[in-house]
Design a protein around this ligand. Structure first.
Ligand code: NAD
Length: 487
């Protein structure tokens, strides 16, 4: 069987590039090349803009309720094709089927459904000023760009296209070069649902293509998901044409487990927030601060559950709950951090090695790893690792642990486990993070805004406010009497 080659998706169809340049995509669980993708060369980039201009003209002229109906058809198609799409995500990312089957497509569809429902309800203001009045209109921005990371490829494409399209914009989306297929499938679904050609184009490629999107003068906004360092480059480049930006970046989030917490629940949260999607989740609570009075009980249960309950292997096996990391490079990077943790004096409670499961011996697996004897100045405690590596730290004073938790330039997420309702809110209000959980970790429903404090991001995704980030306000002043003029 020949390996498929996918082209860029422009104006409702696949379009061949002129250079013939392609890149390969590997299944992280097998190390096999599963398909090739054509790079968006200059001819594709120009076509994407021309097409998006046409698409925007048509789409923005529709009423919000007309757009909503079409988007809801796409939502139905996404849900009908859940298994086909989930399998693509498993093969592209290496994540377990048992996650993709119930999370990736569903949470993407939920967000498009949410914004399709909200768009017709978005209203302007009207106010009398003397006998005159003004009113405001919420108008779309124009052509927007979305640039995605590889950990939740289809979900990220949905989270960006949902509000962008609902508000009447056209979106040019560039998925990560590691995981390009989900966005193509979404484009096909949008077309089938009746989204006009040009409203959702998919450009393929790596940094250069992303960079071009951030500087194109025809693009009004960039919504980016990725690393902090890349985000800074995107903001700098977008400044050249004063684009609006939304930045969903990395984190090094704290989980605070107080002495009155339910230990088993807190262990569940820590494991979810470090080993789900083999640790490749931006909001992960990679710094787990445990009160010293329950520390021993916490790490005993954590060690035994990590060693007994985690099954690594072929991600398509429904029993597997730990998949492969995205690439060999990333596996090396994560192992480099683990080595550094050991060199700087932390103790491996469990894990700390690569894994070669019998059902996926060539995959890029890393064992779920827990470090103890950590201190706040260690590299593994300070830097985002983006793999299944948890650092457990000890505390005994509330003020002190809040200070330690906030002592980072990142601020994506935070969690608190305690049965004391006042302490829960008091502590969470003092934590410098945009996404917070009390006695829970990781849930991110469409209704809830998400985004980072400090260098973890700018702006928000999901929730009502995101629709405002994809519209601009036009004020219209209406004179009701003759103009008084000194001229
Ligand atoms: P990355 O920054 O390497 O790449 C992200 C995207 O940016 C890719 O599509 C890439 O091709 C593109 N890109 C690279 N250089 C670019 C440039 N100069 N200009 C424009 N685009 C460019 O990130 P990644 O490794 O794909 O993803 C992992 C990171 O994403 C982690 O740091 C993680 O925390 C973060 N993340 C954040 C969220 C969130 O919602 N906050 C969600 C998922 C992932």
């Amino acid at each position: 069987m020949t390996t498929p080659v996918y082209q860029n998706f422009i104006h409702g169809q696949f379009l061949a590039n002129q250079t013939g340049e392609t890149f390969e995509v590997r299944n992280p669980a097998t190390d096999e090349v599963i398909y090739y993708v054509e790079v968006a060369d200059e001819s594709i980039q120009a076509a994407a803009i021309e097409s998006a201009k046409e698409g925007f003209a048509l789409w923005s002229a529709m009423t919000p309720i007309e757009r909503s109906r079409i988007l809801l058809k796409a939502v139905n198609l996404l849900r009908e094709r859940n298994d086909e799409l989930a399998k693509i995500e498993v093969l592209d990312t290496g994540k377990p089927w048992q996650e993709a089957e119930c999370v990736d497509v569903q949470t993407g569809a939920d967000v498009i459904e949410y914004f399709a429902g909200l768009a017709p309800a978005q209203v302007g203001q009207q106010q009398m000023v003397g006998n005159d009045f003004y009113y405001t209109r919420k108008e779309p921005l124009g052509i927007c760009a979305g640039i995605g990371a590889w950990n939740y490829p289809l979900q990220i494409a949905c989270w960006k296209s949902g509000p962008a399209l609902a508000a009447g914009n056209a979106l040019i989306f560039k998925p990560s070069e590691e995981t390009p297929l989900g966005a193509i499938k979404l484009a096909e679904i949008f077309s089938e649902a009746g989204v006009p050609a040009g409203v959702f184009n998919v450009l393929q490629g790596a940094a250069e293509v992303g960079q071009w999107l951030t500087q194109s003068p025809d693009i009004e906004k960039v919504s980016f998901t990725g690393e902090v360092g890349t985000g800074k480059k995107v903001v700098a480049s977008a400044a050249g044409s004063l684009k609006d930006v939304t930045m969903e970046l990395g984190g090094k989030s704290p989980l605070l487990v107080f002495d009155d917490a339910d230990v088993s629940q807190a262990v569940s949260a820590a494991m979810l927030g470090n080993f789900y999607t083999q640790g490749e989740v931006c909001t992960n609570c990679t710094r787990v601060y445990v009160h010293k009075s329950i520390y021993q009980a916490f790490i005993d249960e954590l060690k035994s559950r990590t060693e007994q309950n985690i099954i690594a292997g072929d991600p398509l096996d429904p029993n597997v709950n730990l998949g492969a990391l995205i690439s060999k490079n990333h596996q090396d990077l994560v192992m480099g951090y683990i080595d550094k943790g050991i060199a700087e004096g932390a103790t491996v409670l469990t894990g700390g090695t690569v894994l070669k499961p019998a059902t996926a011996p060539n995959g890029y697996f890393v064992a779920p790893t827990v470090f103890i004897d950590c201190s706040d100045d260690m590299t593994i405690v300070k830097e985002e690792i983006f793999g299944p590596v948890m650092c457990v730290l000890v505390f005994d004073d509330e003020d002190d642990v809040i200070h330690r938790a906030n002592d980072t330039h990142l601020g994506l997420a935070a969690g608190v486990f305690t049965k004391d309702i006042q302490r829960a809110h008091r502590v969470i209000h003092r934590l410098q993070a945009g996404i917070c959980w009390i006695n829970s970790y990781g849930n991110s429903p469409a209704e809830m805004p998400v985004g980072g404090y400090k260098q973890s991001g700018i702006g928000r995704e999901n929730g009502i406010e995101t629709l405002d980030h994809y519209t601009q306000t036009k004020s219209v002043y209406v004179g009701m009497s003759n103009i008084e003029s000194p001229f």
